[in-house]
Design a protein around this ligand. Structure first.
Ligand SMILES: NC(=O)c1ccc[n+]([C@@H]2O[C@H](COP(=O)([O-])OP(=O)(O)OC[C@H]3O[C@@H](n4cnc5c(N)ncnc54)[C@H](OP(=O)(O)O)[C@@H]3O)[C@@H](O)[C@H]2O)c1
Length: 259
């Protein structure tokens, strides 16, 4: 029996992704910090869809936590065929005013743990010539993001890392998909100290279920890039036509209003 691993499965897009995977009959290994919420989700998915749900509570901001997670996966003899690197968070505010600990943790969760989990899970996928990896970036990945400077930069990393890896792995049976959601109705906005009412007034927010469905389809089809939502696709295309500095300035003004 193969297993799908989902990070950040206790809420938002990760939870909806886990739900779709359970509906499709996959055994799950769910990762997040909130064990109470994970336990509720385990009960819900096991009783509704009859799949086995394993919980691996972990803080992905902890250095080398990926090694402990993979040890647990090996100890339980899980055959991981799908990895959804979804956990992530952002923070809005001037870079010089933010405590370093926030940004250090953000880089650790959004970049380092994602890359390390992928590195540690790839060999067994390559051996079996079978695997699907989905890395959740953002439409933030396509331009500089003043007021969310580090967050946008972490997502640019995820996009470029995923696209490069997808090309390296061509023909191996393992695919890498980069899912880029735009503004989505989840806890992300409050964690990032963004005023969600202002964000939703400025841009049509997708639901987490819509984003997860786009991500699931693209991942199973082995597509390298999936931008969720037609408006987000058009916006992303239009930023390509603008000078980089102009695109950055537009984000700066939007972000100041969103605070
Ligand atoms: N919502 C948006 O507007 C939006 C737009 C573009 C991209 N995204 C991306 O989509 C992904 C999912 O975000 P979301 O919108 O679903 O946000 P969310 O509702 O806040 O969910 C975030 C998930 O990540 C987990 N997480 C956060 N920090 C963690 C840590 N240190 N260790 C382990 N797990 C951690 C949380 O679980 P615990 O708190 O239980 O640990 C939670 O399950 C993120 O990568 C985000 O950057 C979101």
């Amino acid at each position: 029996m193969s297993t799908a691993v989902v990070t950040g499965a206790s809420a938002g897009i990760g939870y909806e992704f886990a739900k779709i995977l359970a509906q499709k009959g996959h055994q799950l290994a769910l990762i997040a910090r909130n064990l109470d919420r994970l336990n509720e989700i385990k009960q819900e998915l096991e009783s509704k869809y009859g799949v086995n749900v394993i919980l691996i509570p972990a803080d992905l901001a902890v250095e080398n936590i990926a090694e402990d997670i993979v040890k647990e996966i090996k100890y339980r003899q899980l055959n991981v065929e799908i990895l959804v690197n979804n956990a992530g968070f952002g923070f809005c505010g001037y870079y010089h005013e933010q405590p370093w600990a926030n940004e250090r943790d953000m880089i650790q969760v959004n970049i380092t743990s994602l890359s390390q989990l992928t590195k540690l899970m790839l060999p067994s996928m390559l051996e079996k010539k079978r695997g699907r990896i989905c890395n959740v970036a953002s439409t933030a990945a396509f331009q500089a993001g003043p007021m969310m400077t580090v967050y946008y930069a972490t997502k640019a990393y995820v996009l470029h890392y995923s696209e490069a890896l997808a090309l390296e792995l061509k023909g191996t049976g393992v695919t890498v998909t980069c899912l880029c959601p735009g503004p989505t109705a989840t806890n992300f906005q409050s964690t990032a100290k963004l005023d969600s009412t202002k964000v939703s007034k400025m841009s049509a927010m997708e639901t987490a279920a819509q984003v997860a469905a786009t991500g699931y389809e693209a991942t199973m089809a082995g597509k390298s890039l999936a931008i969720s939502g037609t408006t987000n696709k058009l916006l992303q295309f239009s930023t390509r036509l603008l000078p980089r500095k102009t695109a950055g300035n537009i984000i700066y003004n939007l972000q100041k209003k969103r605070q």
